[in-house]
Design a protein around this ligand. Structure first.
Ligand code: GDD
Length: 330
């Protein structure tokens, strides 16, 4: 019988790539949609006929229990929540509610549906993946960062993700659940939201090339990140749920690049010079910045056999070319 997966956040970049990957593997894939009358499903439009949907809200435990009962999944991938860091200072409470408490509510829904309590040994029958983030490392204690590097989150987003990470581990230790966190470093693609810096840059480079705009306003050009391809990272999520023993993994490329380098490569991909167009805008500097992030993905290489397939340069070039093609086609 086909395995069943339930994905929260299925309409996002990662949700769409993960749904594709699981369908390719023969899974029956369910997506959690919010109770909007008109959810934004453009990233999964090409998949909707192959997917099943159920509705739930992250601040409504009963709706989450009902979603888990309805889908009866073998695996749950919790990708929902706020992912855009800078606005979480304005919405700290909401961010905590969804990115922190939301994780607890999904874990509780699994516990209720599987009938697990403190005395229950074993994992029940649902495996749980939590989308943890390298933002938890924040003001980094060491470079590169690995699974036991201490956390020092620098945004309400990072703090809420850290709660989600610890509560996932706690439910694994308390109830014997197969519950794991993937500590994913930045991962991008042509489906990336347009506010994130890579896509903001590639889209602007394409728009400038076509004469639609002249300037691109950016914040901290010196920030460095370990940027990889989202299509590779969702494969790591799946692998994490197929292991004999549940444990957490860092996923990244192990290389670090600056925002400035991203701009150089993106503009070069459309035959422009970034220095003619980029303007530093102090309003885009964050109240507390994460200056550098770089993964040590050795554990994932060794235990999962996972490796990224796209280099940073290939990734940014692919995104810039995709944006130019899309805009040229209208
Ligand atoms: N968004 C944005 N816009 N970032 C800018 C800009 C700008 O105009 N100018 C400079 N930056 C810098 C930010 O200050 C940050 O240091 C870096 O570019 C990356 O910003 P984002 O692309 O917004 O990503 P992020 O690193 O804050 O967060 C992403 O990665 C996390 C994993 O580390 C998100 O995908 C998070 O959801 C994810 O958890």
């Amino acid at each position: 019988m086909a395995k069943r997966a339930l994905i929260t956040g299925i309409t996002g970049q990662d949700g769409s790539y993960l749904a594709e990957h699981l369908l390719d593997l023969g899974y029956q894939v369910w997506g959690v949609l919010r109770r909007d009358s008109d959810p934004a499903t453009s990233r999964i439009a090409h998949l909707v006929d192959d997917l099943s949907f159920t509705r739930a809200e992250f601040d409504d435990s009963a709706s989450l229990v009902a979603a888990v009962e309805r889908a009866r999944p073998d695996e749950i991938y919790n990708l929902a929540g706020t992912s855009y860091v800078p606005t979480t200072w304005q919405h700290a409470e909401l961010t905590t509610e969804v990115n922190g408490m939301g994780v607890l509510r999904v874990l509780e829904a699994i516990r209720v549906v599987c009938g697990l309590d403190e005395s229950a040994a074993g994992s029940g029958d649902i495996r749980f993946y939590q989308a943890s983030s390298s933002e938890m490392f924040g003001k980094v204690a060491e470079t590169p960062q690995h699974e036991t590097t201490i956390f020092h989150p620098r945004s309400p987003y990072g703090v809420a993700k850290t709660y989600g990470h610890y509560i996932t581990r706690n439910y694994r230790e308390s109830f014997g659940m197969y519950a794991v966190s993937g500590i994913l470093f930045n991962h991008e693609s042509p489906r990336r939201g347009t506010g994130f810096v890579t896509r903001k840059i590639t889209l602007a480079a394409a728009n400038i090339k076509l004469g639609h705009q002249d300037e691109l306003h950016l914040g901290n050009l010196d920030a460095q990140r370990d940027w990889g391809y989202a299509g590779d990272y969702v494969k790591a999520m799946h692998l994490m749920l197929q292991q004999p023993i549940p444990t957490d993994y860092v996923i990244g490329t192990g290389t670090m690049h600056s925002v400035q380098e991203t701009a150089r490569i993106a503009f070069e991909a459309v035959d422009l010079d970034w220095r003619d167009h980029v303007v530093v805008d102090p309003d885009l500097i964050r109240p507390a910045e994460v200056e550098t992030l770089c993964a040590n993905p050795t554990k994932a290489h060794t235990e999962l056999g996972w490796k990224p397939t796209l280099s940073f340069e290939e990734l940014i070039q692919t995104m810039a070319e995709s944006d130019l093609r899309r805009l040229t086609a209208g």
